[in-house]
Design a protein around this ligand. Structure first.
Ligand code: GDG
Length: 724
């Protein structure tokens, strides 16, 4: 039976050390509640750090056993790992970068190394449990490398990844020295989830700009697999908050607070201490409210709960000082014997007291500078049984995408925020109820349980899709069979594409020269009198001649325009014209001038527009435009428009790699064929081969005509070496 493994940095538990004993308390975080129904099911497990430094082997064993009984498996971290991996790379590099606070980001190689090592550690812990068909759901920014690490070890596992924080614009991601590794790490998953469509778009754009991988409708094509990317706005356990707010305990606390505050109205603010939450700006806005509307003095107080967090990181300590200072200043200036403007608490509250605060507040201020989602906004809504109360919400919290009935503000605009507070305090009850009812319906329906279900369902779908798309992998047993047939054959034909197959891609096509190993491989394969080796490429004949002309091999150049048998002269496949170039070249020149970084390659019988070096998104758009433009022009001529890997080629119709390769098959009559290629133009070769030929696509293979696929050029080399 396959099972589900949840992985996150922290386990959903709190372990407290008191004198000689350890006590275990379930944590009440939103994620723990949402996933509770999953990880506690038979055989399932949650892997993560228990948040405790163990003091001995014995204690480690004890913790392990206790957690195991509650379906959890601990990954123990050392103090050095917490310092470099957690406080370092996670919270001083990734957290500020992903929240647009690059001024706070540090880039320490040693922190990165710890991050890699701890992700490996998590990987090992998961592998100890994961079977080949299990489903693994990885959470958040501390474990960005884990999906790919798991994928290498368990190619067939179903892996999901969810990011709880924003995914920023690619302009911020590109600042990170380890950006490609981080993106690659995430791409090990079958499904990647974000809170909002905006984050998803940023991710797809980063992957396109930095890794050159394209996507369509949230389906991302990596060299080996299709990855689904989607938005899943996380919800809360609505009933739990509604019930807590209606509980005896909450009512009692509320009565107590009311008595102390007398008739003062309450604006509430609750966050972890974090510079992303906009706490200082919120305080300044409250001050502006008191300045602009002195009538609120003695009538409104701000209750501000700041939960201690990450105080080992320097920015957090100085933020704490800043908040202390602003609160002190405002209170000192405005307070009266009867009234305190700001009630500031630097600690956390038990749920019933939190519920009482949600109840008593008429206005909730959720005004982060950046926030992945923000659950406090949703909890406030769930707590308002009488539907009175107003939510003021930052446009930069993920929650703003759903809660459009809140008063949506720009958190840096303190004036606007002060006005919103005033508007909220004077909003007619009828309007409050209308807005609140709409938001309650939404938060109740899209709760944490439906979030979990949506993600898991989509993950199963992602896996099914993978399986139906994939051509067969060239696995060990097929390779063995291929080699056996090769050895038995008398007349073998090897059709090998060049770029992306024999050689890796280079941003400058002239730099993809053959290396020593490739030359030797081709030489030795071609020396065997039973072999016919053909390099079949879109490149011009001069380049192929210069690079490989000294070898005893055959060539098909310019996608079938030019042919050369070993030791003979170059010949044209058929008589061709090239007078059309004068008409087409100016069009391509126009696209070059409109698309910085693109260029034209002029081959004898074709013209090629290259856009690998241009901005990925712009050039993809221009490429679509150019193809339709050229296809229109070519419709009444004997020209054809071909799309390759970041190239568009225009040439005479009826000429392609397939028609050229067929000529070799017809003339040579091979009893064994292997044809390997990576892009669309190689599909013509695959399509022209007899069914028993070993047609092999390099890279992922949705809709390929090839029978098998391999991951990359390294696999191609390995296969060729096996033939020797
Ligand atoms: C990350 C993302 C995303 C706060 N004070 C007390 C208390 N809390 C609870 C709240 C809420 C939780 O802490 C805070 O959740 P948020 O979502 O607001 O923020 P982060 O901790 O930054 O979480 C965020 C989230 O992940 C989920 O994906 O929404 O954007 O940054 O549940 O109620 N709970 C108790 N006492 C307190 O004093 N009991």
């Amino acid at each position: 039976m396959s099972r589900t493994i949840i992985v996150s940095n922290r386990l959903p538990t709190k372990i407290l050390r008191t004198e000689n004993t350890l006590t275990f308390q379930p944590s009440e975080g939103g994620l723990a509640t949402g996933l509770g129904s999953i990880y506690r099911q038979d055989g399932n497990v949650w892997v993560g750090w228990p948040g405790l430094f163990v003091e001995s082997e014995e204690e480690e064993q004890h913790v392990r056993q206790e957690l195991e009984a509650d379906s959890m498996a601990p990954v123990f971290l050392t103090e050095a790992e917490i310092h470099d991996f957690y406080e370092g790379f996670s919270n001083s590099t990734l957290w500020p970068t992903f929240h647009y606070f690059t001024q706070f980001a540090t880039y320490e190689q040693s922190h990165w190394e710890a991050y890699v090592a701890v992700n490996e550690k998590f990987c090992q812990a998961v592998l100890e449990m994961a079977g080949p068909d299990d489903t693994i759901w990885v959470h958040d920014y501390q474990l960005l490398l884990l999906p790919e690490m798991l994928r290498r070890a368990r190619p067939d596992c179903t892996i999901g990844f969810f990011l709880h924080i924003p995914f920023p614009s690619h302009e911020l991601i590109r600042v990170l020295p380890w950006r490609n590794e981080l993106l690659q790490g995430m791409l090990g998953a079958d499904l990647i989830g974000f809170h909002t469509y905006g984050y998803m778009r940023h991710f797809l754009s980063a992957v396109s700009q930095l890794l050159g991988l394209n996507s369509q409708n949230g389906q991302l094509q990596t060299p080996t697999r299709t990855v689904l990317v989607d938005a899943f706005p996380m919800g809360i356990d609505y009933d739990r908050y509604a019930q807590a707010a209606a509980s005896e305990a909450a009512l009692a606390h509320e009565a107590e607070y009311r008595e102390a505050l007398r008739t003062t109205r309450v604006i509430l603010s609750i966050d972890r201490l974090d510079y992303t939450k906009g706490i200082a700006q919120r305080l300044r806005a409250f001050e502006v409210l008191l300045q602009r509307y002195p009538e609120w003095a003695e009538r409104v107080s701000l209750i501000m709960v700041v939960v201690p967090s990450r105080d080992q990181v320097a920015q957090y300590a100085s933020l704490k000082e800043e908040i202390d200072e602003i609160v002190g200043r405002i209170n000192a200036q405005y307070r009266t014997i009867y009234w305190t403007p700001i009630h500031y608490f630097y600690r956390s509250f038990p749920l019933e007291e939190l519920a009482a605060l949600y109840r008593i507040a008429e206005v909730a201020l959720v005004t982060p500078m950046r926030d992945g989602m923000n659950l406090v906004a949703k909890e406030f809504i769930a707590s308002k049984a009488d539907q009175r109360g107003v939510l003021i919400l930052s446009e930069r919290a993920g929650a703003a995408r759903e809660l459009s009935d809140a008063l949506i503000i720009n958190p840096t605009d303190t004036g606007q925020l002060a006005e919103a507070m005033h508007d909220a305090l004077v909003m007619p009850e009828e309007e409050q109820m209308q807005r609140m009812a709409a938001m309650q319906a939404l938060v109740q329906q899209y709760n944490v349980f439906s979030w979990t279900k949506l993600f898991m369902d989509r993950l199963s779908y992602a896996k099914i899709k993978q399986l139906t798309l994939a051509t067969e992998t060239l696995d060990t047993s097929t390779t063995t069979q291929l080699v056996t047939e090769y050895q038995a054959a008398e007349r073998r034909l090897l059709l090998l594409d060049y770029d992306g197959t024999l050689a890796g891609f280079n941003t400058n096509p002239q730099r993809a020269r053959p290396d020593e190993e490739m030359l030797l491989l081709l030489q030795r394969l071609a020396e065997n009198p039973r072999n016919r080796v053909v390099v079949i490429s879109g490149r011009d004949r001069t380049t192929l001649q210069n690079w490989l002309g000294h070898l005893p091999i055959d060539f098909i150049a310019e996608h079938g325009v030019w042919l050369r048998r070993a030791g003979e002269e170059w010949t044209l496949f058929q008589t061709l014209r090239n007078d059309w170039k004068t008409e087409i070249r100016p069009i391509l020149e126009l696209y070059v001038s409109r698309t910085a970084g693109s260029f034209i390659e002029d081959k004898e019988y074709s013209l090629v527009w290259h856009y690998r070096r241009a901005d990925a998104e712009l050039s993809a758009m221009r490429a679509r435009e150019l193809v339709s433009h050229l296809t229109f022009l070519a419709s009444n001529t004997d020209l054809q428009v071909m799309e390759g890997n970041k190239v568009i080629e225009i040439k005479n119709a009826g000429i392609n790699k397939g028609t050229a390769a067929s000529r070799w098959v017809a003339e040579y009559e091979p009893d064994f064929i292997v044809a390997i290629g990576d892009d669309r133009t190689d599909e013509d070769t695959f399509g022209a081969m007899p069914p028993e030929a070993y047609t092999i696509k390099v890279g992922s293979a949705p809709r390929s005509l090839a029978r098998f696929h391999v991951r990359g050029t390294t696999d191609v080399r390995q296969l060729l070496r096996k033939l020797l």
